[in-house]
Design a protein around this ligand. Structure first.
Ligand code: GLP
Length: 271
């Protein structure tokens, strides 16, 4: 696992976008797994800049999003500004600004009436695409990946999942409140890729910033693997894993100095 520490959020975002861009350049038809939340916004902004100013090409890229609130999705009946779906988020923050083909975008359908069938179909689509080459992930304050709340099986697959109070509170503050939507109207369920699904991605990049993530990041990376912190499954991944943190999110890591040293030495040795 590579642990990269950057001084601030902007540097974290630039670093992460460069990693993703390098991947897209080396495999133009790659399959990217995408995440929502406030953390990846800067990364997406930088990818959009690279597309517009440097011609970063997404024309053959396929994307699969991690999750979606159940009961939301791009709903033409609803005023656009009240739509807090992850589908809308992804279009606003990234997808509508780059040259990705509409048929190559996959976001769980939060408006499906048959969620179990949908989840099976989503898993099959990922397989048909050849699997996810690079999965971008944030981490929830309770240590969740996507919407795999504490107690989710580390072998779980795409499914419908109830959200915990903490997740509802965090996501209400970041998104729904700003849109003027009442707390009780926020969706209480989500469709999410499972931990087993995520671990099948060939490469993983996890990003976190801010002091409020410091404790959970330390537990996830240096604590025991546990279904109480589903992101701790990162320790089970055998492929390329990169964790990009700002100084604050990294501040509670026991081996912080070692990670910083390793990055410097890797640069020195050209590794
Ligand atoms: C939601 C998403 C997660 C994301 C988390 C953290 O729960 N389902 O994928 O990692 O929020 O969000 P933020 O980046 O805003 O802290």
């Amino acid at each position: 696992m590579d642990i990269i520490v950057r001084d601030n959020y902007d540097e974290l975002s630039e670093y992460t976008a460069k990693l993703i861009a390098g991947f897209v350049k080396s495999k133009p038809d790659c399959v990217l797994g995408l995440a929502t939340g406030s953390t990846p916004i800067g990364t997406y902004k930088e990818l959009v800049r690279m597309h517009k100013e440097e011609g970063l090409d997404f024309s053959q890229v396929k994307t699969f999003n991690l999750d979606e609130y159940y009961g939301t999705g791009i709903d033409l009946e609803k005023p656009y500004e009240l739509d807090q779906s992850y589908a809308r988020f992804m279009h606003e923050e990234l997808l509508k600004h780059i040259n990705i083909k509409a048929e190559n975008i996959h976001i769980p359908d939060g408006l499906t009436k048959t969620p179990n069938e949908f989840c099976k179909w989503y898993e099959e689509e990922i397989k048909k695409a050849g699997g996810i080459d690079l999965q971008l992930l944030g981490i929830g304050a309770d240590g969740h990946w996507a919407f795999n709340e504490p107690g989710s099986s580390l072998a779980s697959r795409t499914r419908i999942q109830a959200l915990t109070r903490q997740t509802l509170d965090d996501n209400y503050e970041s998104f729904y409140k700003k849109a003027g939507i009442a707390r009780e109207e926020m969706p209480h369920f989500a469709i999410t890729m499972g931990i087993g699904t995520i671990l099948e991605a060939k490469n993983i990049i996890m990003i976190a910033n801010g002091l409020k993530k410091a404790d959970v990041v330390a537990k996830c990376i240096e604590g025991p693997v546990t279904s109480q912190i589903t992101a701790s499954a990162i320790q089970l991944h055998s492929g390329g894993v990169t964790v990009v943190l700002d100084k604050d999110a990294a501040s509670k890591l026991n081996s912080l100095e070692h990670y910083i040293h390793v990055e410097k030495m890797k640069q020195k040795y050209g590794l």
